[in-house]
Design a binder for this molecule. Structure first.
Ligand SMILES: [Zn+2]
Length: 243
């Protein structure tokens, strides 16, 4: 069992190496997803602003048509004023002229608003586009490096897997099952060292509970795997304790 125990300690090292690699790989992927989301969000904002700008330009066209109508109306009224026959008619045309001038006033206020909206949109779009292009360039720049990093990590994980497989083949299946069960409940520490306190007592370094001396004797004897009664982790002794 002592050999098996050594293999289990080695297996745990390999497993934590693999976990670490997978975690780092996930970090790289998460970074990529975050970049990608930022890129897509900018792309959407550029499209939205283009759409808004188109609406502002359409409003400009509508205002141009409105202006033509108001101007035509103004010149018609002016002509009518030249041919009025009495005061009442003159007053009526005068009121229409004032009404048309008020509409014209409102119209020019709308034109001012439309102009400032367009100005604002042009600036915003230019800013968004430059952010978008910068992000795109940044991604294009980063991507080959990220792919390389991921490929290297995959290779490393494969290597660790191969090492793990070779090691597992030398461990009895009953023990492997015990270890695998512990992964589920006790990862990342399934096999833990017995600690010695300053008072010379023994504790499980997995859960810190005290261990009876009998346990130490059993480990030294090495007939069977010895587990912590509290947390169930497989116990081993530091090399110096074995001697
Ligand atoms: Zn324990």
């Amino acid at each position: 069992m002592k050999e098996t125990l050594k293999k289990l300690v080695e297996l745990q090292k390999i497993d934590s190496e693999k976990l670490d690699l997978k975690y780092k790989r996930q970090e790289v992927l998460d970074g990529l997803v975050a970049d990608r989301n930022e890129y897509e969000s900018l792309e959407r904002r550029v499209a939205d602003e283009k759409q808004r700008q188109q609406e502002i330009r359409d409003e400009g066209q509508r205002l141009n048509r409105e202006q033509a109508v108001l101007e035509t109306r103004a010149s018609e009224l002016k002509k009518r004023l030249d041919i009025v026959r009495n005061t009442a008619e003159s007053q009526a045309v005068g009121r229409e002229i004032v009404a048309n001038e008020n509409k014209m006033q409102e119209h020019f206020e709308k034109v001012d608003r439309q102009n400032s909206d367009l100005e604002e949109s042009l600036q915003k779009l230019a800013m968004l586009q430059s952010q978008f292009f910068a992000k795109r360039a940044e991604l294009a720049d980063k991507l080959p490096g990220i792919k390389e990093t991921l490929a290297a990590m995959d290779k490393e994980i494969k290597k660790v897997d191969t090492k793990r497989k070779a090691l597992c083949s030398g461990i009895p299946s009953v023990v492997m099952k015990q270890y695998t069960d512990l992964i589920r409940t006790r990862a990342p520490y399934m096999v833990v060292e017995v600690q010695t306190t300053d008072e010379g007592d023994y504790t499980c370094s997995g859960c810190n509970i005290g261990l009876p001396p009998q346990v130490i004797g059993d480990i030294i004897k090495g007939d069977q795997l010895v587990c912590c009664e509290n947390c169930g982790r497989i116990l081993y002794l530091a090399e110096k304790e074995e001697q």
